[in-house]
Design a protein around this ligand. Structure first.
Ligand code: AMP
Length: 280
């Protein structure tokens, strides 16, 4: 796997690949890779495709009191994992390359960015949209892969791609989970052993709520029950919501696919998860 840390080198390598007839697929990440990220790389791999992963811990998507300085960084093992997964090229831009002095542009997607994590983390999705727009212009992929784990992020990216005419096919990859159901996340390393045991209550509560809603329970009651279960398990709940899977508006219109979204904190660690309610 080739590793690039400067934009000119990256662009030269990509031009050469394109001239050789290869398609370019992009997997953006913040590193501290796990099997969830690797599932994106595997989804991106196809004959004739150059798979590019990026690792960039994007300061613009962290709030002032969030975990930017302690976010896990594992470059050596990340490179080994990507190489094993058959990734062709790694883009590792330094922060000064992404945001040089004088950088003044912000990409803001209204609507889908506004509720849920957008409300809990002001500015977060502007940071995500801005960096992903830059990555798209730097790498110019024909396809890009994002995890359904970050369900609202995926909706924000899809909206941005449609609105700004990026000629890029976006694929959402199903959430990869531990054996007990906890969604894989780079932030799971923050969990103390007893918190890790409690964390499984999050996917379980979503499963119970999804089954209840499908069985006809009033959604408001199912959401209140999930919140109570999580609180009893030691979580501080930011939100548990039933939304339209496309618009992310609550009170989905009948006939539209519905998704449960949740964010809750265990000690200093904030976990998010989501689950489709309606069978495909
Ligand atoms: P991150 O490094 O956390 O910014 O994530 C990079 C990409 O990997 C995003 O598109 C995430 O949605 C995706 N991702 C993270 N965790 C998982 C998971 N457990 N399953 C599938 N995709 C994931």
């Amino acid at each position: 796997m080739e590793v690039y840390r400067d934009l000119a080198g990256l662009r030269a390598a990509l031009s050469e690949a394109r001239a050789g007839g290869r398609d370019v697929a992009l997997v953006p990440t913040m590193g501290a890779l796990h099997a969830g990220h690797i599932a994106l790389v595997e989804a991106a791999r196809r004959p004739g495709t150059l798979v590019v992963a990026s690792i960039f811990v994007n300061p613009k998507q962290f709030g002032a009191n969030e975990d930017l300085s302690r976010y896990p960084r594992k470059e050596v093992s990340d490179i080994a994992m990507l190489t094993d997964a058959g990734c062709d090229l790694l883009w590792l831009p330094p922060v000064e390359q992404m945001y040089p002095a004088g950088f003044a542009t912000n990409v803001s997607v209204s609507g889908v960015s506004e509720g849920w994590d957008g409300a809990a983390r002001p500015g977060h999705f502007d940071g995500v949209a801005t960096v992903v727009a830059k990555l798209f212009n730097q790498v110019r992929p024909t396809r890009a892969y994002f995890g359904e784990k970050d369900f609202q992020q995926l909706a924000v990216i899809r909206r941005m791609v449609a609105d700004l005419d990026f000629d890029i096919e976006i694929t959402g990859v199903p959430t990869q989970r531990e054996d007990d159901g906890l969604a894989l996340s780079s932030r799971n390393v923050y969990l103390l052993p007893e918190e890790r045991q409690k964390a499984v209550a999050l996917p379980r509560a979503l499963g119970v709520a999804a089954r209840a809603v499908l069985a006809g329970t009033d959604p408001a009651k199912a959401l209140a029950d999930a919140t109570a279960t999580l609180t009893a398990a030691g979580f501080t709940v930011d939100y548990v919501a039933l939304v339209d899977a496309e618009t992310l508006q609550s009170d989905p219109t009948p006939g539209q696919r519905r998704q449960l979204l949740a964010a809750a904190r265990l000690g200093n660690t904030r976990l998010i998860d989501n689950l489709a309610v309606d069978p495909l």
